[in-house]
Write a protein of this length. Structure first.
Ligand code: GAL
Length: 673
């Protein structure tokens, strides 16, 4: 049977009716307004633990039964959460060990949220009890369509990790499992450096500001452990649910979030969901924010290579950024359609109704303190609801496909950030986004893969920026991919360390297929200006240059000055039936644009709608069995005209347009050819 989740586009959001139990009219008013706004689902119970279990061992669900039933009578479904995102105060007071201990070994006081210890046996036991109660109680309720496991795992404002004695124990056993012997660990961590040799597992302590903070092997393994430990907790939460219910599970992710390897987490859940709060209007032009947001959605979609749910976004404004700027009129519609365009099957809000007190009382909501349907926020949400209803049947079964992938790898990110070399900020995500930007500007879908990916062969082009760490079977896969005809673009500061963060000696892996040897990498100071020439045009180096020797690859671009003069900056090498491209330089975007322009022409990759999209306009394609729907979006706050390469049909109206398409400010048009 088809899962109900796959049958329509969803419109809804986080709903916290437990805050309004003493004002029963609120529920009826909410239902009236939800129907007006075409809301078809809500997320409930995310922070309801204290309401479910006000005293240890006493459980109450009647309050929520009434709410779920009333919503369901009005055709509003529920995504039900496990409530571990925030712990009841009684629990934090009675069992101090459920609270996280910071890296400085100070235990947190009760309060806040997302800050429990993932290793604590008591925490795990309490989680099992509450999840069991919730799952048992709601297992057969027809209103429930999915399980929302916890909330934004790891989002506690620091490195997500707890350093308590239970976590030390769990970390040591994780290490034993990984290395087998203490000698193997010492070798992997290169502990003879500074006399750090460990004789016993018990000597190992997690990184700390007042303790070990420089042993790279330890620090990277700690990050891996924290990520694995959170995933293990998630698995345990789901195990309890599975005793009672087969409904799909998800947990809401946060895009380029540094503390959990989402490529690994994805296989613990049935479908992927994400929360996104783009900072629209912060810059004069929206392009950079649009690119970053499109990348977040593309990454989320790539995790399972399937549509996902946008679990949270704000209809208007956030309250937790340095500057909280409200979406201008029309931006909500554009931003919602952007999520759909890149693979979301829902637009869900944080939050349906603004709370009256405490930290989030000024966070945007569909229903604001003033109440009712008159607010701009409500009207904009209502128009998104109407649009989703209109396009639901057309879009829901489609997904984005791509012939291009960027390698984005969490472990590479961690290792790169730790490396004490060159400059503090390694700009990994920024660099990835810079490459992504070209494809966004050209209206070409792009996926993300990590180094474990088994899907390399599906892509015509793979871009691997700053692959500092080669891990797993990545080297062999790249070799095979290129040998069999793939096109591989990679850059400076790649292939430096193995998965233990130990530097490769002598020749680096893949140098043979790249066609050179790297002699040096150097950082330029602000006043050192180095340029390189590619196809007769001069480009400025951003800040890193490499010196290559023994070059057998074709040189496509040369350094022009300083000690680099005459050395290759950009190369291409044939290997098997494929090609490797290399940037021995950290370029500015201008070069990436020109380079990809040439490469994509060569590979015959282009957007079907137009090869000359105006600045600030992009196209994303969702398709299924020959049906293709192009989302053309104007991120400019002015009208534009798109020169069409072929006639198009606007959907769902079937209006034919040839030659050129007019797009209003912030407009999205869905078309087919
Ligand atoms: C998310 C969180 C929500 C809410 C929202 C505010 O990080 O999951 O509960 O706090 O932020 O933007």
């Amino acid at each position: 049977m088809k899962n109900i989740l796959d049958t329509r586009l969803w419109h809804g959001g986080d709903y916290n009716p437990e805050q309004w139990l003493d004002v029963p009219e609120v529920l009826e008013e909410d239902i009236r307004l939800m129907k007006q706004a075409n809301i078809n689902c809500v997320s409930l119970g995310i922070f309801s633990w204290a309401e479910y279990e006000p005293k240890e061992g006493e459980f109450y669900f009647e309050w929520l039964d009434k709410i779920i039933n009333r919503l369901y009578e009005n055709k509003i479904y529920t995504i039900l959460a496990t409530p571990t995102g925030a712990l009841p105060i009684w629990m934090q007071v009675k069992y101090p060990e459920v609270r996280q201990m910071q890296a400085n070994r100070i235990r947190n006081l009760p309060g806040n949220r997302h800050n429990f210890c993932y290793s604590s046996p008591i925490m795990r036991e309490k989680m099992r009890i509450i999840n069991e109660q919730v799952a048992k109680h709601y297992k057969d309720h027809p209103a429930i369509i999915a399980w929302h496991i916890s909330n934004e795992y790891g989002n506690n404002g620091n490195d997500s990790s707890c350093h308590c004695p239970e976590c030390q124990k769990a970390f040591r056993s994780w290490l034993k499992n990984k290395y087998g012997t203490i000698e193997a660990l010492n070798a992997a961590w290169w502990t003879k450096f500074w006399s750090h040799t460990y004789q016993d597992w018990e000597m190992i302590e997690s990184p700390a500001p007042h303790g070990e903070s420089m042993l790279h092997g330890l620090k990277i393994d700690w990050k891996r452990f924290v990520s694995d430990n959170i995933q293990d907790f998630c698995k345990e939460e789901i195990k309890v649910i599975r005793k009672y219910s087969e409904l799909p599970t998800t947990t809401n992710l946060m895009g380029f979030f540094g503390n959990i390897d989402y490529f690994k987490l994805q296989d613990k859940i049935d479908f992927v969901s994400v929360d996104a709060y783009p900072s629209w209007h912060e810059e004069k032009e929206e392009i950079n924010v649009a690119v970053e947001t499109a990348a977040i959605y593309s990454l989320t979609r790539s995790l399972k290579r399937k549509p996902f749910l946008l679990m949270e976004n704000t209809p208007t404004v956030t309250n937790w950024k340095k500057n909280n700027i409200t979406k201008r009129k029309g931006m909500h519609q554009l931003s919602a359609m952007q999520a759909i365009a890149h693979g979301s099957n829902s637009i869900q809000y944080f939050q349906w109704r603004q709370s009256r007190g405490s930290y989030e009382k000024f966070h945007g909501a569909v229903i604001e303190h003033q109440g009712g349907e008159k607010s701009r926020s409500f009207k904009e949400v209502q128009s998104v609801g109407a649009c989703l209803k209109d396009i639901s049947d057309l879009i829901v079964h489609t997904c984005n496909k791509s012939e291009v992938a960027i390698v984005f790898d969490w472990e590479n990110w961690w290792a790169l950030d730790e490396a004490a070399a060159l400059k503090e900020d390694k700009e990994y995500v920024e660099t990835v986004l810079m490459h992504f930007k070209y494809f966004w500007e050209k209206g070409i879908n792009i996926d993300f893969i990590d180094m474990d990916s088994q899907y390399m062969k599906d892509y015509k082009l793979i871009i691997a920026p700053v692959n500092y760490m080669y891990r797993g079977d990545y080297i062999e896969k790249v070799r095979e991919y290129v040998h069999n005809g793939g096109n591989y673009v990679t850059t400076y500061w790649s292939g430096i360390v193995d998965s233990h963060d130990l530097c490769y000696l002598n020749e680096r892996p893949l140098e043979d297929i790249l066609g050179f040897h790297v002699d040096e990498i150097n950082l330029l100071s602000n006043h050192q200006k180095v340029t390189f020439n590619y196809k007769g045009k001069q480009y400025l180096v951003r800040s890193l240059c490499e010196l290559l020797s023994e070059v057998t690859a074709n040189t496509l671009g040369w350094f022009e000055n300083d000690c680099y003069e005459g050395y290759p900056a950009i190369t291409q090498n044939q290997y098997g039936t494929g090609s490797c491209y290399y940037f021995a330089v950290q370029p500015e975007y201008e070069f990436l644009y020109d380079f990809y322009e040439d490469l994509l022409n060569k590979l015959g990759l282009r957007c079907d709608i137009s090869h000359q999209l105006p600045k600030g306009v992009t196209v994303a394609l969702r398709e299924d069995l020959g049906e293709k729907y192009y989302f053309i979006q104007n991120f400019n706050d002015y009208k534009v005209q798109v020169a069409l390469d072929k006639p198009i049909k606007k959907m769902p109206s079937h209006t034919l347009v040839s030659d050129s398409l007019n797009l209003e400010k912030y407009e999205t048009v869905i078309v087919t050819i």
